[in-house]
Design a protein around this ligand. Structure first.
Ligand SMILES: [Zn+2]
Length: 279
């Protein structure tokens, strides 16, 4: 590159950085995560995250048929509605358009996309003993959504892009561009970080307890799940997006007393709910 070309390149990139910085100042927001109170920094708006969530949800529903298992559908409707009601009390969910679907697939996973779009694969429900275990999984996934963990990951991607532009302007190296380029993927199904997992557990436990489900179902489910996961490739799906280890299970047990205090105050108590007939 000639000196003149390099100057023009750097000028162009400096302008882009300024535009991005102005955009960031206009769009960014600091908020407290519901339940845990952690401060978070976001560069994405809730309406943008929710529109991505809704779009992605339609794609999942086209890819997988709805389950015809009446027992699973009824359990998700019951516990979904109970958890939705308590999530609406603690989260900024005014713009959520809640939806709960059991997808017919052997995949062992579940998710709640931004905007309240919840899906549970029938494959993971086959591993649940009762409705309370489902309530914890649904509460955990809704925890990710009301904590806007998707928005946080996208914000990190945007910051990485800004970083890439700065690096390009400073060093003009295609290699560095390539390294940064790999980190800018925007998606809703990327693996969650360990801290996101712990936070979703903490929120999920409180939500299930307030919704009237026995909080001990949280760790009975995860213990069985992680024990079965050893040597089973079938269980890789949920563990690839929700890494779980003994620390996570211990935290669920440590937080049980606080969750039980919430459970004791719940107006309607389901206990462990319905036991699934496959058990
Ligand atoms: Zn998770």
């Amino acid at each position: 590159m000639t000196t003149a070309g390099k100057k023009s390149f750097q000028h162009k990139h400096t302008s882009l950085v300024l535009i991005l910085a102005v955009l960031a100042c206009c769009l960014c927001s600091c908020r407290s995560v519901p339940v845990t109170g952690r401060s978070q920094f976001l560069l994405t708006t809730e309406s943008y995250e929710n529109s991505l969530g809704a779009e992605s949800y339609e794609e999942y529903k086209q890819e997988y048929p709805k389950s015809t298992n009446a027992e699973y559908n009824a359990a998700l409707e019951r516990c979904g509605n109970a958890i939705k009601a308590v999530a609406n009390e603690v989260g900024d969910t005014n713009d959520f358009e809640w939806e709960f679907t059991v997808l017919d697939s052997e995949i062992q996973n579940a998710f709640c996309l931004p905007g309240g779009k919840v899906a549970v694969y029938s494959g993971i429900m086959d591993y649940m003993d009762n409705e309370a275990e489902l309530a914890f999984v649904v509460g955990h996934e809704i925890g990710h959504a009301i904590a806007r963990h998707g928005g946080e990951r996208m914000s990190r991607s945007i910051l990485q892009s800004v970083g890439a532009v700065l690096v390009s302007a400073a060093f003009d190296s295609e290699v560095i561009d390539a390294i940064y380029g790999t980190g800018t993927e925007i998606g809703v199904m990327l693996p969650y970080s360990r801290s996101n997992e712990s936070e979703a557990d903490a929120i999920g436990l409180i939500l299930m307890a307030r919704a009237g489900y026995d909080p001990s179902a949280s760790y009975t489910f995860w213990k069985r799940f992680t024990n079965n996961a050893e040597g089973s490739s079938k269980l890789e799906a949920i563990l690839s997006t929700h890494p779980c280890d003994s620390d996570r299970i211990k935290a669920m047990q440590d937080n049980e007393a606080a969750a039980r205090a919430e459970y004791n105050k719940a107006k309607t108590k389901y206990g462990f709910g319905k036991t699934f007939s496959h058990k």
